[in-house]
Design a protein around this ligand. Structure first.
Ligand code: ASP
Ligand code: MG
Length: 425
């Protein structure tokens, strides 16, 4: 008998009829001879609506971090109980569990807790008794404070992967409203095609580059614990995409697996900062203290008449939501940092091409830059890893850039991708 963990996202359990549909699917999986653990997200946009509600009773509800977690975990509790009720009504046997009951033990950072330990005794008992075990995603419990925590937005994927690892599941299936992992976002590039499989390293780079299909922490967790994933749609029987962590696969890796775009980034340029040891350290200490997670960094070759008055420019990208805060912190430290001017740009986009085959093939950057040049797209920054090349363009040109690059790497297919639902929120 196989043990399968199935995670259903918010759009898969968005209303009563969808919950009944998921119940039916889950029962079918059990009837096929499997033990089944189901992880659910909150229904549709529930989490956002709860946040809106909190903001209408307080200007900064996150000041009450503990209470925000109490509030937001209610979303997943609703969907877990409804799904169990629906399964039982359809002749199945099911019990639901909160994250804490399922043994998801976390750090105590409200709103962004890390999983420290998973002790799923109650889930195992429920399975042995023939139940389908339903677990509320996105939440856990801290032992020291004895409080409920949440794992950060989109954290239900991580719950599913962590349970799959702890239960030594045979497979962890992530259900959403797309058929699998595509070569690009099919909403932007309709000619994108679905990948049959992808290695976990490339999946991690794609997630980090802005592909929304899997939560990055879940992919990291799966890689660390060797969990194989299957990404598939709730609304079709398509087998989806296998994301493999196991080293057993010795297939030839594609040079480019996918193109990811990210419009949620901004850029700061510090102009005319003294070219002396320790300046970059000072700049990024200020940025770190403003609690921002930066991405690309570029420093130009310092210029100046003589060595003592040489100055450099440093640019870096950061999440758009952090722009004002970080720029403010840097302006505040202008006198000590000694730079001349600070430039902010909120209208940038990041495009990344990812593929494990880049390790062993040359010419990828030449193809990329030629495609961008032919499409008349200006590149503002470039950065690379072993299996990724990213460029920053203006946000207006990003979709055009993605289409040109997708085509240049031969990723276009003749059939249009199917997108089933999705609120985009
Ligand atoms: N409901 C939570 C959110 O919207 C967690 C999740 O969907 O995975 O962020
Ligand atoms: Mg959600």
């Amino acid at each position: 008998m196989a043990l399968i963990v199935q995670k259903f996202g918010g759009s898969s359990v968005g209303d009563a009829s969808k919950i009944k549909h998921v119940a039916k699917r889950v029962i079918e999986t059990q009837n096929a001879g499997n033990q089944v653990v189901v992880v659910v997200s909150a229904m549709g946009d529930t989490t956002d609506e709860l946040i809106d509600l909190a903001q209408s009773v307080a200007p900064d509800p996150y000041a009450s971090g503990r209470e925000m977690d109490m509030l937001l975990t209610a979303g997943e509790r609703i969907s877990m109980a409804l799904l169990a009720i629906a399964i039982n009504a359809q002749g199945g046997k099911s019990q639901s569990f909160t994250g804490s009951q399922a043994g998801i033990i976390t750090s105590n950072k409200h709103g962004d807790a890390r999983i420290a330990e998973v002790t799923p005794d109650r889930i195992q008992e429920a399975l042995h008794a023939g139940n389908i075990a339903i677990v509320a995603g996105f939440q856990g419990f801290n032992k020291e404070t004895r409080d409920i925590t949440t794992l950060g937005r989109g954290g239900s994927d991580t719950t599913a992967v962590a349970l799959a690892a702890a239960l030594d599941a045979d497979l962890c299936e992530i259900y959403s409203d797309v058929d699998g992992v595509y070569t690009a976002d099919p909403r932007v590039i309709p000619s994108a095609h679905k990948l049959e499989k992808i290695d976990i390293e490339s999946m991690l780079e794609l997630a980090a580059a802005g592909a929304k299909i899997l939560h990055i922490r879940a992919v990291e967790y799966a890689r660390r614990h060797g969990v194989d994933l299957r990404v598939r749609s709730t609304f079709s029987k398509d087998p989806g995409t296998i994301v493999y962590s196991s080293n057993g696969e010795h297939m030839e890796e594609p040079i480019v697996s996918g193109v990811a775009t990210d419009k949620g980034q901004a850029k700061i340029t510090i102009i005319g900062i003294p070219d002396e040891p320790g300046k970059a350290a000072e700049v990024f200490r200020v940025v770190a203290e403003a609690d921002s997670n930066i991405d690309m960094i570029v420093q130009n070759n310092p210029t100046g008449v003589d060595v003592t008055d040489r100055v450099a420019d440093i640019s870096f990208t950061l999440p758009l939501g952090d722009l004002g805060r970080v720029a403010g912190a840097l302006e505040g430290a202008k006198a000590t940092l000694g730079f001349r001017e600070l430039e902010q740009d909120a209208d940038i986009g990041k495009l990344s091409v990812v593929g494990a085959g880049m390790r062993t093939h040359s010419g990828v950057s030449a193809t990329l830059f030629k495609a961008l040049a032919d499409a008349g797209i200006n590149i503002e920054m470039i950065s690379t890893s072993e299996i990724r090349i990213s460029v920053v363009t203006s946000s207006k040109q990003l979709d055009d850039a993605a289409r040109a690059v997708h085509k240049a790497f031969g990723l276009d297919s003749d059939t249009e991708a199917t997108v089933y639902a999705g609120t985009g929120r």
